[in-house]
Design a protein around this ligand. Sequence first.
Ligand code: LLP
Length: 431
Amino acid sequence: MLNPNQCIGDNGHLMIEDCDAVELAKEYGTPLYVMSETTVRDNCRAYVKAFDDFYDGNGRAYYASKAFSCLEIYRIVKEEGMGVDVVSGGELYTAIKAGFPAERINFHGNNKTPDELAMALEYGVGMIIVDNYSEFDLINSIADSMNKVVSIAIRIKPGVEAHTHEYIKTGQIDSKFGFAIENGEATSAVEKALSLKNLNLRGIHCHIGSQIFDVEPFVDAASIMIDFIADIKNRFGTEIEELNLGGGFGIKYVDSDTPRNFALYIEEVSKTVKDKTAHLGLKMPFVSIEPGRSVVGEAGITLYTVGGIKNIPDIRTYVSVDGGMGDNIRYALYNSEYTVINAMRADAKAENKVTIAGKCCESGDLIQENILLADTEPGDILAVLSTGAYNYSMASNYNRIPRPAVVMVKGDKHRTVIRRETYDDLIKNDI
Ligand code: LLP
């Protein structure tokens, strides 16, 4: 299950790059998020290369920063030549403060506030992805008041079934995101966009869901979107320049997960895009995607210290750790699977059936149920793998537990990229 930048050291400890996870836990304390910078950069490079290989560079991968947002990640992604997608004023602010070029930022969201939109226009973001009818007028009037013309894309629901968890599926008609093609909403949205003088309708966008392993849904979505570009051209005489196909590529959380090389998705989709545009007499659009999980997910692990171990005969054994749903809500929310290993005995056989529990006052505060773990005792360091995406970014202070630090590792070097919260941080906004 370990990825190429993880291994087991001679002392049986889990290593992330050339750093001993147990030593990191000792130095920085637990719970602790640890990220491999090399893995993040390798993933970014794979995306950039795939766009060079399959689209001759006529496209871009935008890192969906909801997966993990902090100053350092924007700096890394910027250096690697990707764009970013932001979904809130907070993500936008962080990206700009990190020095991310505004023109390579796309602004998403199904309910952007007037303040967020004004901020986006002031910074000069590359594109705003419009999600509902009222947003067209709102953006147009803000742009008008600033004497600007703003590039937009329209978020479309292509109606594609993606095989993933109900809550992270977005491409179907009953979704709060975007405009459906099948009931004519998407066409009306195009008409509306074209009628407003401070909007430049540059693109159409779709995102069919997250943690998807199959290639077909992506290919199907691309095909439907190109048909829609042809339809727009026929109806309105306008040719859409950019086709944004969203994110969603799955990663490996447990051995049974079977992610493909990202390049393969891009290659397969590129064939459809090229064939269909040629067939329909369209010019090749600038193609973009928005991977989040697959850029940072496998790069991250979470380290915990084991506290109490409670064996309930014939029922189960709870192994409690010093974190939980505050730093990883994904099991409570989606029943997400994770691989958990004892970082001090990473080479030992995992033979004990246990449930890993967090420290929150909540029965559902579990990290995993009924998994196999090597012999473990209080004080041991556990590692949960593939926690780089949607873990820190979804963390909370439930039970007034400070959020952990994030440490970035590169070779045998390590540094804090997000400090651990203190108790004073917890009360700093209290009056
Ligand atoms: N683009 C749009 C418009 C999105 O809504 C998303 C994810 C992405 C790109 C990035 O998708 P990715 O490549 O990361 O799959 N909190 C959930 C995931 C929610 C995803 C929301 N949108 C989780 O922990 O699994």
